[in-house]
Design a protein around this ligand. Structure first.
Ligand code: GSH
Length: 222
């Protein structure tokens, strides 16, 4: 039987390409909190992670007091609580921010999956699924009067949402590049070019329990 001990650093189980894990890594990176990063694959989830969270989704964060957070937004909130002075994590509990993230997570994500895997859902065509998703793209386009969703700097909302828009954009990049959402496209390009995104997309080997190498991430809060 696996025994979970309280770790010296928080441990993040993550999967590089998962948008939920991306938002968690982005918030951790912004907060400057150092964590041990355990890169997993969805086809080979480690029992150590499943013991902490049986639902088997990433990201999962185990804190140094043993507590486990297995929802990406809650991990983001935790980082915001640890760093109340971090501007980019500040609007975490703003009602408008939460409402926008809710639409992202419960409507847009569904439309994104239908669009991305449209062959599995023949009720509608790929274009129709894309049009469903475009309702949210238009909403973001209207919102983007500044460089970022809630002002001139990246905030909690941008961190929580852009990994999903990225995925939508890459389903058919040629279409996205020609789509009439100029502010949204500029925003996404800005987010993708950001130092934080570059840093969280570094590639790590899959975590194996006995490897004599511990990979840490984040930790340069100033
Ligand atoms: N509500 C969860 C959703 C996380 C989620 O669904 N992650 C996907 C990867 S992108 C996952 O782990 N899926 C499990 C699987 O495919 O086995 C969160 O916000 O953390």
């Amino acid at each position: 039987m696996i025994k979970s001990v309280k770790p010296l650093l928080p441990i993040l189980y993550s999967f590089r390409r998962c948008p939920y894990a991306m938002r968690a890594r982005l918030a951790i990176f912004k907060s400057g909190i150092e964590v041990e990063l355990r890169e997993i694959t969805l086809k080979n989830k480690p029992p150590e992670m499943l013991e902490l969270s049986a639902k088997g989704t990433v990201p999962v964060l185990q804190l140094t007091d043993g507590k486990v957070i297995d929802e990406s937004l809650m991990i983001m909130e935790w980082t915001a609580e640890q760093r109340p002075d971090c501007d980019e994590l500040k609007n975490a509990s703003n009602c408008e921010v939460r409402a926008l993230i809710k639409i992202n997570d419960f409507e847009f994500k569904k439309n994104l999956d239908n669009y991305k895997y449209s062959v599995r859902f023949p009720e509608k065509s790929m274009q129709e699924y894309r049009q469903d998703g475009e309702i949210f793209l238009q909403r973001l386009e209207d919102k983007l009067v500044n460089d970022y969703l809630f002002g001139e700097t990246m905030s909690f909302a941008d961190l929580a949402i852009f990994p999903f828009v990225r995925q939508f954009a890459f389903v058919d990049k040629a279409w996205f590049d020609s789509a009439p959402y100029s502010r949204l496209k500029a925003w996404l390009a800005r987010c993708l070019a950001s130092q934080e995104f570059q840093s969280i997309m570094e590639k790590y080997p899959e975590w194996v329990v006995d490897r004599n190498q511990r990979i840490t991430f984040g930790g340069d809060f100033k």
